[in-house]
Design a protein around this ligand. Structure first.
Ligand code: PGA
Length: 251
């Protein structure tokens, strides 16, 4: 199965020039790395204003592009919002949905995330859905049911991320134990099987980990726990560190 490393730049860097330098360093580094794109998908998620220029810069490279957010409508009077069609038109393949920072600062609710997920799938974008489920299977199933309502058949087309908010580097970086990650990962997969209308095997579910991932711990949080990859925040803003994360992950 394919593996994933996603670079979530969040609201960084503050200038186009710095964003282009960062993308260029990653692009150049990756062209020397020894892995094939069928083994590993590396995607970067820059802020909206830099997407177009970065798309140009990533042309003919292994790197995929993603957006950090979309609105749930395609067009209309929604001041300040960005349509999934615009994001698709800019060359994005992926879109982040439900990152905990948006739940905390923008008060995004499960209903909003459900509408964004549907909008992403309609626009042929691959949704990357962040989760921090309750630890009880019944509650986790209800929580996932709310997020995925109407899209249950599309579970294999969604990239899920288990990311406890307190594990994020800028929120304290309190990472869960490997046992806890394993327990929650199985719980997510069981809950998804409960709501899937067809026979869904664990292998059909793509599940990544996010929260304070760096070059030393990337394998511990992914390969060693049987997960399919990671979302990297702060450490993706340092090209050397991010390239080392890629190298350590695939080696
Ligand atoms: P972090 O961020 O790697 O800085 O902890 C991860 C994320 O918020 O997606």
């Amino acid at each position: 199965m394919n593996k994933y490393l996603f670079a979530n730049w969040k609201m960084n860097p503050e200038s186009e020039q710095k964003a282009l330098e960062l993308a260029k360093a990653i692009r150049e580094g990756i062209s020397q790395a020894s892995f094939s794109p069928s083994q590993l998908t590396v995607a970067i998620f820059p802020p909206f204003p830099w997407l177009d220029k970065i798309r140009e810069q990533l042309k003919n490279s292994f790197l995929a592009l993603g957006a950090q957010n979309i609105f749930w409508e395609e067009r209309g009077a929604y001041t300040g919002e960005v349509s999934p069609l615009m994001v698709k038109d800019l060359g994005c393949e992926y879109v982040l949905i439900g990152h905990s920072e948006r739940k905390i600062y923008l008060k995004e609710t499960p209903e909003m995330l459900n509408k964004k997920l549907s909008a992403a799938l309609r626009a042929n974008l691959k949704p990357v859905l962040f989760l921090n489920p309750p630890e009880d299977l019944g509650e986790a199933t209800a929580y996932l049911q709310k997020l995925l309502q109407g899209n249950e058949v599309n579970i294999p087309n969604v990239v899920f991320v288990y990311e406890p908010p307190e594990a994020i580097s800028t929120q304290g970086g309190k990472t869960p134990s490997p046992e806890k990650i394993t327990k929650i990962s199985s719980l997510i997969k069981e809950a998804l099987k409960n709501i899937s209308p067809s026979d869904l095997s664990s292998e059909m579910i793509v599940l990544l980990y996010g929260g304070s991932v760096n070059k030393e711990n990337v394998r511990k949080f992914t390969t060693e726990l049987g997960l399919d990859g990671a979302v990297v925040g702060s450490k993706s803003l340092d090209p050397e560190e991010f390239l080392a994360i890629i190298k350590n992950y695939v080696s």
